[in-house]
Design a protein around this ligand. Structure first.
Ligand code: NIG
Ligand code: FE
Length: 417
């Protein structure tokens, strides 16, 4: 992959530009919502913001002084993908868990036998900051190669005040030199720390009292997540914890309804920005989510990693929900780390239109992170974009993840691969 600096410029022509201009945040979408411009170009300013998008002849005559970044051959331009749910700050492998799962052990059985999340907590705690940073940067680079230009990254494999603080600091230290934008989220409430002697409630209180104030003063993260499940935290335990985060003005998000329902209803009742997973959501939950502003973030990579059903993305869309699709990339339940392949597979099983799947990876995923400046190729958006070597956008999902972008632009740089 080569990389070059990009001055203020006119980029094109593209066979198609998928803009998503005017596509709605919630509910079903069809091909008309893609907002395709045929034979288009994009004018990007020095700061990496999109100045204008339109037909190339029109833009060439209007922006005579712009440097023309000529695009050779047929290419389809998309907004950069946004992966709104990842756990890529970890060390170690969980291939042993995977193998146990193939032998018939369940996710919860493996966790109860001392594997699962706690195994990664151990290996992550053992890894020094240099190793953690190197692994993180490698994963971010792999994401960039897959067209992802913004990634949410959770802590959650440190657990406890000092170990979670260490992970938040690693994220902070890696933010400025990361190849893509990072949105940090505190998941100290992934599980109770293995070395914490009190109960769940005491643990969450300690995080609130000792970690939250440091996060606030050091601006380490402004998002808080919790795993609501019988093996992690109950609804009653989660509620005051999430309210404490809200009181600080932070966004909240919930690992909800992965194995049993209840978490999504809680997320909606507290005005969470997103409820993530939803594999076990009931009809009632689907309608509660659809009637709210909480984005339903579905995680096909976790279904593929665990061999369980996909979240009911079709039903959520039909009920009127905003559905985002994220990788959940983590060493346990979602080791693949190939968002486009996962989304394409979800789409074929859940019968999502191509517009719905691509929306779930772009502007709807941006909404799950409360980012309004990306996810569409429109005036004033950040110039995070990706181009595929085809003249027809349908080839992208049709290839189920094997067609990768040949050019990716982040707001400051262009990468060719
Ligand atoms: O989103 N569900 C909880 N947390 C992760 C799994 C993490 C792990 O297995 O290490 C998830 O799937
Ligand atoms: Fe997760």
């Amino acid at each position: 992959m080569t990389q070059q600096q990009s001055p203020c410029r006119l980029i094109g022509p593209f066979s198609q530009i998928v803009t998503f201009k005017n596509a709605s945040l919630k509910g079903p979408l069809n091909a008309a919502d893609l907002g395709i411009i045929q034979g288009g170009a994009v004018v990007v300013g020095g700061e990496g913001r999109i100045i204008e998008v339109g037909e190339i002849q029109h833009l060439v005559s209007r922006y005579k002084d712009a440097a023309h970044e000529f695009i050779q051959g047929e290419k389809v331009l998309l907004p950069g993908f946004i992966d709104a749910h990842t756990h890529i700050l970890f060390a170690g492998s969980r291939s042993r868990d995977y193998s146990m799962r193939l032998d018939g052990k369940t996710y919860l059985e493996i966790a109860q036998a001392g594997g699962g999340i706690m195994d990664t907590v151990r290996t992550t705690r053992e890894a020094d900051e240099t190793v953690l940073s190197k692994d993180l940067q490698w994963r971010l680079h792999k994401m960039l190669q897959g067209g992802i230009t913004t990634a949410e990254v959770k802590t959650g494999y440190g657990l406890g005040v000092s170990e979670e603080l260490r992970l938040l600091e690693v994220l902070h230290a890696n933010k400025d030199n990361a190849v893509i934008d990072i949105v940090p989220t505190c998941l100290a409430a992934h599980m109770k720390a293995p070395d914490f002697t009190g109960n769940n409630k005491d643990y969450l209180n300690e995080i609130r009292e000792k970690l939250f104030p440091v996060m606030d003063t050091s601006s380490l993260a402004a998002r808080v997540d919790i795993f609501v499940e019988s093996s992690a935290f109950t609804i009653e335990e989660a509620k005051p914890y999430l309210n404490a985060a809200k009181d600080r003005g932070w966004d909240i998000t919930v690992h909800a309804d992965q194995f049993t329902p209840g978490g999504a209803e809680l997320a909606v009742s507290l005005g969470a920005v997103s409820a993530d997973h939803l594999e076990a959501s009931t009809e009632k939950d689907i309608h509660i989510i659809a009637g709210s502003n909480t984005v339903a973030t579905v995680l096909p990579g976790a279904s593929l990693g665990l061999g369980i059903s996909f979240a009911p993305a079709r039903k959520l869309l039909d009920a009127g929900a905003a559905v985002a699709i994220a990788s959940d990339w983590n060493p346990g339940s979602a080791p693949m780390g190939n968002l486009l392949a996962e989304a394409a597979l979800l789409g074929v099983y859940e019968k999502l239109s191509m517009a719905e799947t691509l929306a779930g990876l772009t502007f709807r995923a941006a909404a799950a992170l409360k980012l309004s400046d990306r996810g569409r190729i429109v005036k004033n958006a950040i110039g995070d974009m990706q181009a595929y070597d085809t003249s027809d956008y349908r080839d992208i999902l049709y290839n189920q993840g094997s067609l990768r972008p040949s050019i990716i632009w982040t707001k400051s740089k262009r990468y060719d691969q």
